[in-house]
Every structure is written in C-alpha cells, then in structure tokens.
Design a protein around this ligand. Structure first.
Ligand code: COA
Length: 259
C-alpha cells in the first residue's frame, strides 16, 4: 500500500515504520506524503487507541529530511517545504491519540523533529539525536526551533541548534527530552507495554488530556485554565467518568466503554 512506510494495526495499537533503511529512513517527499496519509487514517479510525512510530533496521530512526531534495530548494519552495512538514508534524501532535516514538538509532534533523512532535519518546541506548541543519546552511524547519526549545528550555535548545552537535540517548534523558532509555533489544517491547497501558485508559479523557497539555504552550495561564475547566467538564459528561469514580468507590476495577 505504501512505498516507504509499513503500517499495521494490532489490538488497538497502530505500528508505523519508516522503511527506507538504505537511506537511513531519510524523509523524502514521498515518505512525508505517506506519513500524512497514514496519520489521517489513524486519526479517523476509532479502533486505534495508540501509535508507535519507529524506523526500519537497527541503525536509524530517521536520519533527517532527504538532503538530495533539500539541495534543490529555493526561497519559495523552501517555505512550502517547511510548512508542509510542519503541517504533518502538527497532525501527529494533535492526533488526539498518544504517539510513541521508539527511537532506534540516528534521529537527526527531521528525525529529531518527528520525535519532538510525538507524545512520548523511548530511546534505545544507541539513539543519537541532533539538529545538524546549521551545517547545511539552514535551520530546523519541521518545528525543531519551537518544540526543542519548549521541551529542553532555551539555553539547551540554543546550544544544540547553533552548534548542530549530536547528543546521545543518555544526554537526551538527562535533558528531560526523552521518557526512557532502554537496550535496543527491548525497545519495541517497552513501547508496546506503554501503548497497551495507554490503550486501556478511558479514551475521551486521554484525548482531553493531550489537548490540554498541548495548549499549555499556546495560551496564557488564564486562557489555559479556562480551557482545562471546559475539557474537565466534557470528561464529567462521559459514561467513563461515572464508571471510573463508581468503580473506585465500589472497590472494583473499572470497565471503560470510551463513551
Ligand atoms: N538525506 C539523504 N540521504 C541520507 C541522509 C539524509 N538525511 N542520511 C543518510 N543518507 C544516505 C546516505 O547518503 C547514504 O546513501 P548512499 O549509500 O546512497 O551513499 C546512506 O543513507 C547511508 O548513510 P551513510 O552516510 O553512508 O551512513 P554513515 O553510517 O556513514 O553515517 C549519518 C550516518 C547519519 C551520520 C550520516 O548519514 C549523516 O550525517 N546523515 C545526514 C544527517 C543530517 O544532516 N540530517 C539532517 C538533514 S536536515
């Protein structure tokens, strides 16, 4: 169905694998189009509760945007290129379902930016992050200057984006930009356990939580709190809220219907 992406759904979990290992899964135009398509499908599929995205092979998650395509950009097409990529990564960030990046090796440039747009990042010990765009004469264009700054803080983001230096999974963890570091052999198992745990939660509350947390960087505190109260109220109108609270009081396990 796709040329550069593997897509599978199993037990409410979607698995998206970027599959261009001979080019270290670099994101060319075709791959970006396929990513857009697959995430629209996932968004619209009520039977998918969580997503794991990873790269094919053991060497790379995604080694960046495809430099052979970057090389041809000019001031006009460059803007289109960045905006198109931003739209796709915004789609992921606002999917309404948790997306876990299982980072298996190089996550450079657009690869790091893809990971920053996900809701969780589990890194294999061999993961290498970086925003090396500066050495190509550009800056990150798929959200890196904004999301890395929000995740890591301005001091670190400025350093990493201006030097372009790579950083290890361990450093990423110490910086607070990845959730967990695990041996490569355990990466998919860890991601799957997390996805299963997330899939067992009441899905309306999951969606509201993602929306509320995402908005924390978009609004004033007053507006953010207003939105939080509205989303909280929506949760209070669900059957799952009644079930969750009743189950607690009755000392039993809740059975959520995602209604
Ligand atoms: N765009 C296009 N092709 C890429 C690529 C990218 N971002 N990253 C890797 N490749 C290709 C290489 O050109 C090579 O193709 P070839 O076999 O046809 O020559 C193949 O993938 C394997 O990469 P190679 O460089 O030989 O592997 P390596 O182990 O020596 O180095 C990296 C791995 C990741 C350090 C190196 O490939 C690299 O620096 N890539 C670019 C990273 C980057 O700057 N990304 C940001 C882009 S905005």
């Amino acid at each position: 169905m796709y040329q550069n992406i593997l897509f599978e759904v199993k037990d409410k979990i979607a698995y998206v694998t970027i599959n261009r290992p001979e080019k270290l899964n670099a994101l060319n135009f075709q791959t970006m189009s396929e990513l857009r398509d697959v995430f629209i499908r996932i968004k619209n599929d009520d039977d998918i509760y969580a997503v794991i995205i990873t790269g094919a092979g053991e060497k790379a998650f995604v080694a960046g945007a495809d430099i052979s395509e970057l090389n041809k950009l000019d001031a006009v097409t460059g803007r289109e290129f960045a905006e198109r990529g931003q739209e796709i990564f915004n789609l992921i960030e606002n999917l309404g379902k948790p997306v876990i990046a299982a980072v298996n090796g190089y996550a450079l440039g657009g690869g790091s930016e893809l990971a920053w747009a996900c809701h969780f990042r589990i890194a294999a010990e061999n993961a290498v992050f970086g925003q090396p765009e500066i050495d190509l004469g550009i800056i990150p264009g798929y959200g890196g200057t904004q999301r890395l700054t929000r995740l890591a803080g301005k001091t670190k983001a400025m350093e990493l984006i201006l030097t372009g230096r790579r950083f290890t999974a361990k450093e990423a963890y110490e910086m607070g930009v990845v959730n967990k570091v695990v041996p490569l052999s355990e990466l998919m198992k860890e991601a799957e356990e997390l996805a299963k745990a997330l899939a067992s939660k009441p899905q309306i509350a999951v969606r509201m939580a993602i929306k509320a947390v995402n908005m924390a960087y978009e609004t004033t505190l007053t507006d953010g709190l207003h939105l939080e109260a509205t989303l909280f109220a929506i949760c209070c109108g669900t059957e799952d809220f009644k079930e969750g609270t009743s189950a607690f009081l009755e000392k039993r396990k809740p059975v959520f219907k995602n209604k």
